[in-house]
Design a protein around this ligand. Structure first.
Ligand SMILES: Nc1ncnc2c1ncn2[C@@H]1O[C@H](COP(=O)(O)OP(=O)(O)OP(=O)(O)O)[C@@H](O)[C@H]1O
Ligand SMILES: [Mg+2]
Length: 243
């Protein structure tokens, strides 16, 4: 974008922002006062880039503003956690420098993935790299590559271990029957902890179930570097049939 277009865009954004403030917007007070930053607006992310960052079709339009435009569910737990996730995203620069992450624990359908995708999307929009990976896919991919292409496996693993912002979606959703799986997850978390890299985790497992599955050392590291948000509420997914 040339400087003239950039200037016009900023002018338009400023006008839109003023209009919103005059009209008042929906959402929580902190949502209303969040400034629109120019850096968020400068990068247009292509579908390929989203895919490369692991953001699949269902979540491709998820941003904080899209969530607010659609309207948060009228649920105090979700609203309070949303505010905290958004506050985390507003300090991403700091948090990624210091390896501070998030752990979102709770029932299915409570918007955990949606919220962490919005965090990643903000990070990508600002021109950084990051990755979200469902735990079951991570284990499947490693297993397949281990047998088919060791070089590709090393590259994939390197990316998981070193990307600035990693989201492990649905920890506990992977099959942990084989010993190497837990050892691998442990070593990824440990290495990222040692390198002060931010890791965000979502999980349906309770604290007790996490403790029964993963090593105490691994959880100890997570507790030291990640803020915990508990989603103790009902699924927000619309159901097309009842059991
Ligand atoms: N404002 C909103 N923006 C985005 N999604 C919303 C909004 N309000 C409700 N939802 C709904 O929230 C539902 C759950 O989202 P999501 O997939 O993020 O849940 P989850 O906590 O990750 O679930 P699971 O633990 O099963 O993976 C979606 O079906 C979506 O339609
Ligand atoms: Mg999810």
């Amino acid at each position: 974008m040339n400087p003239e277009d950039n200037g016009k865009l900023n002018e338009l954004l400023e006008r839109a922002r003023k209009k919103c403030q005059e009209k008042g917007t929906e959402g929580t007070p902190s949502e209303q006062t969040t400034p629109i930053t120019t850096s968020t607006m400068l990068k247009t992310i292509s579908a390929d880039e989203l895919n490369h960052a692991g953001i699949k079709s269902r979540y491709k339009d998820v941003t904080f503003s899209a969530i607010e435009k659609r309207g948060l569910p009228d649920d105090s737990c979700i609203r309070s956690n949303y505010r905290q996730v958004k506050a985390y995203a507003e300090r991403l620069d700091d948090y990624t420098k210091n390896g501070v992450g998030l752990v979102l624990v709770g029932g299915y359908g409570t918007m955990k993935t949606t919220m962490v995708v919005a965090v990643l999307r903000k990070w990508l929009d600002e021109g950084h790299h990051g990755l979200i990976v469902p735990m079951c896919s991570l284990v499947d991919n490693l297993f397949t590559l281990m047998h088919l292409n060791r070089e590709e496996m090393a590259k994939y693993e390197h990316r998981i271990r070193t990307t600035k912002l990693l989201i492990l979606d649905d920890l506990g959703g992977e099959n942990t029957d084989q010993k190497w799986v837990l050892a691998k997850i442990d070593s990824i978390i440990t290495e990222r902890y040692n390198d002060k890299l931010a890791t965000i985790i979502t999980t349906n497992l309770s604290a007790k179930e996490l403790a029964g599955t993963y090593s105490g050392r691994m959880l100890d590291r997570l507790k030291n570097t990640a803020m915990l948000l508990v989603f103790d509420t009902d699924s927000q997914r619309r159901h097309m049939w009842e059991a």
